[in-house]
Design a protein around this ligand. Structure first.
Ligand code: HEC
Length: 128
């Protein structure tokens, strides 16, 4: 009689242990599935369609609309292209050492925006 009791207890613990593990796995899965998935399209980025709006939103307050902080304006394709062609544009937005980090004294652009600009630069910073 005692032996049966021990077995019942052992099997009972075993089942409880297993079901708990399953619960944990399920909750982990549902967290992963329920999370918001953000996608970032960084392929074939074009100046007019993709890049200008990022620069406008984050840089024109100091480098556009008549503002030229640091003597730099970025509000036309030609002006932006000048800074892109030397590598300066990517260096300041990626906060590379030795360059003033942009946007000045503000948070870095999102990785998504940085990757879009990088793609445009790497494709030859075209006026497209
Ligand atoms: C709040 C104002 C402000 C904003 C917003 C801003 N900048 Fe600047 N920017 C400055 C100032 C001030 C300087 C001069 C800093 C220095 O020389 O140390 C500067 C300098 C620069 C330079 C020249 C760096 C050099 O070494 O000559 C570039 C390129 C530049 N900014 C690009 C950008 C870009 C791209 C953005 C948007 C992602 C941006 N900035 C947003 C204020 C700003």
């Amino acid at each position: 009689m005692k032996k049966i009791c021990v077995w019942v207890c052992v099997i009972g613990l075993f089942i409880t242990g297993c079901s708990k593990t399953n619960e944990e796995i399920e909750s982990r899965n549902s967290t992963a599935g329920g999370g918001t998935t953000t996608t970032c399209d960084t392929v074939n980025m074009k100046y007019a369609a993709n890049i200008q709006s990022i620069i406008q939103a984050n840089c024109y307050s100091c480098h556009g609309n008549g503002n030229a902080e640091g003597g730099i304006s970025l509000d036309t394709y030609n002006k932006l292209q000048q800074r892109a062609s030397t590598g300066l544009l990517l260096n300041v937005i990626t906060h590379a050492t030795g360059y003033p980090a942009m946007p000045y004294q503000k948070a870095r652009l999102s990785d998504c925006d940085i990757n879009k600009i990088r793609d445009w630069v790497n494709r030859g910073y075209q006026n497209n």
